[in-house]
Each structure stands twice: as C-alpha cells, then as structure tokens.
Write a new protein. Sequence first.
Length: 369
Amino acid sequence: MKRLAELKGKGNDYVLIVLAVLLVTFGMAMLSSASSHLSQAKTGDTLYYVKHQFMYGVLPGIVLFLALSRIYYKRYEKFALLGMAGSILLLVLTLTPLGIIANGATRWIQIGSLTFQPSEPLKILFIIYLAAWLSSARRHDRHTRGGFIAFLFILGIIIFLLLKQPATSTAILISIIAGIMYFVSGSRWSHLFITACLIGAGLAITVLISPYRMARIQAFIYPEQNAQTSGYQASQGRIAIGAGGLLGVGYGQSTTKIRSLPEPLGDSIFAVIGEELGFAGSMLLLGLFLALIVRIFLIAHDTRDQFGHLLLMGFGSLIAIQTFVNISAIIGLLPSTGIALPFVSYGSSSLIVFMGIIGIINNISKHSD
C-alpha cells in the first residue's frame, strides 16, 4: 500500500499546468500573427505555420505531457545513462549524411519524413543524466578530484559535438545549466571557478577562430556600424520593439515582420510581440515566464529527494536562462544567439521538449513533501 501511494502521489499541480497552457496559448496566438504574411506568400494559407505547430508540436507535446505526468520520475534514474548515450548518438548523426544543412549549420536530422533537432531532446536527457549521476549512492565521490574530472569529460563531449554543428548558444546554455546543477549538488567553489574558466577560455578560442562568431560579437559591440550586416537582425528587432511603444501598434499590425525583420516566427518573435502588443504585452509575457519559473523553484524547495531537486533546478534554470538569452539578444543586451523563446517560438521539437519538461515537473510536484 505504501508503494502504491508513493507511485500515485498527490494531485496535479494546476498552477504549473495553467501557466504552461497560458504560455503555449500566447505563443500560438502570436505565431498566427507573426507568420500570416509569410504563410500566405509561401503556401497561400495564412495559417499554415500555425497548423503545422499545432499538429507536430502542440498535440505531440500534450501526449508527452500526459505520459510524463503519470510516470514516477524516480524511474528515470535507471535509464539516465541509456538516454544520454542515445542523445550523444543523435548529435553524432547530425555530422553524417542524415544531417540537414540549413543557414550554414547542421543541427537537424531527417529520417524518412521525420525531421527534428537533436539538441532539443539533449536538454532534457542531459539534465536527467546529470541529476542521476550527481544524486547516486556515491554522490560524495562526484566532488572529489576524480569526480570533477569525470564531470568535465562528460560536459566536454557534449560541448564538442554541439560546436561541430555549430550550435554555440546551446553549448553555452548546457554549460551554464551543468555548472548550476553541479554547484547545487554540493561542489566546491574552486571546481565551479575552474569550470567557468575552462568554458570561458574554450568559447573565446572558438569565437576567435570562427569568422561568423566574431562578426556577431563585433555587431554587439558596435551595433551602429554593423546595422546592415551582421547586426541586422538585432537592429531590426530593436526598431520593432521601439515602434510598439506602451500599448503596441495592434495585434496583426506589425510592419517590420513583413518588411525587414529576420526570423519573425522563431528567434525574433519577441520583437513582433513588442511591436504589436507594446511594453504592456511584453510585460504580460514576462510575468507569465516569471510566475512559471518561480513555481518550479518553489517545488524544488519543497522536494527533499536529491534526484528530484536537481531535476527541478536544471529544468527551472533551463527555462529561465533560455528565456533571458532570447529576449536579451532581441533588445541588445547580448549578441544574437539563435536560441528560441520557450513555448512561444515556432519549432515543434522545442515545444514538445518543453511540454515534456512540464510533465516531469508535474510528476515531481505530486511527490514533493
């Protein structure tokens, strides 16, 4: 009976679920506006991208959310290594003929009619693996010199494969989340400092030897001089947000999404939100994100199980950092990154993964103390 009660847990976390539903709904509404002109021009159907996101993102995401909400999260510990190995294999496959080249990067895999981005499931599988590894029975050994070297080795493999695509922003994101989880699990400050230095040095070298990465940094430092070249996307994003003012130009009335804004469906969708809904609409969206992130960390605070606690810290950090990086790049606080806005940007792989994450968090909430 005790085992049955443990598996069943408490009821659903409806605060968490409602916030996630509101974000997905907000994202679908803004995708409808941001994509209408492009959809009409390419397919003759103004709702093409909305339909695609719903069929291949929202519906599978709902199925995954429902499934992961019912699976007792502790079971993932047994399959964490297998999941991580599978994720690494998928990253390797991007470098084979199965990889699809788009915009100078090989970040997608096509198997038959199925196309997806391996770096998206990597986020959830890496967090699960790292949480299981750090919370294992011999977790105190993880913070010895040998354990620290093993941590750097695992992280190094992931970063190397991501940089080969290249997916620099995702590599940075994964590195920060890994550092947070390692620190939360009880690591030494010296280990955290060494990790930060190694990652910083590696990324600096990567930027210096890569012309397109250097161009992004230069566009960030000298935006006016690069407004028509490498800094064009960021420049147009700031123009769109500035045009929105306090209350925006009105839903569906953005002009920059038609004339000049690159990636209005994906990386730059926050610029469309800022232009059409203004400062007020942007703050509403940020409020939803903040409420969701706070909710996740509150659940983490109430979760005594080390594995569950680390999962929540990883997932909460992922949503918080990815949201911050995407919006900061649009408003000029960070260089352009190519990272999607969680739950909002167009992209079925990303949406499915984040809805799956909400399912796991919901299950942990059921079993939190």
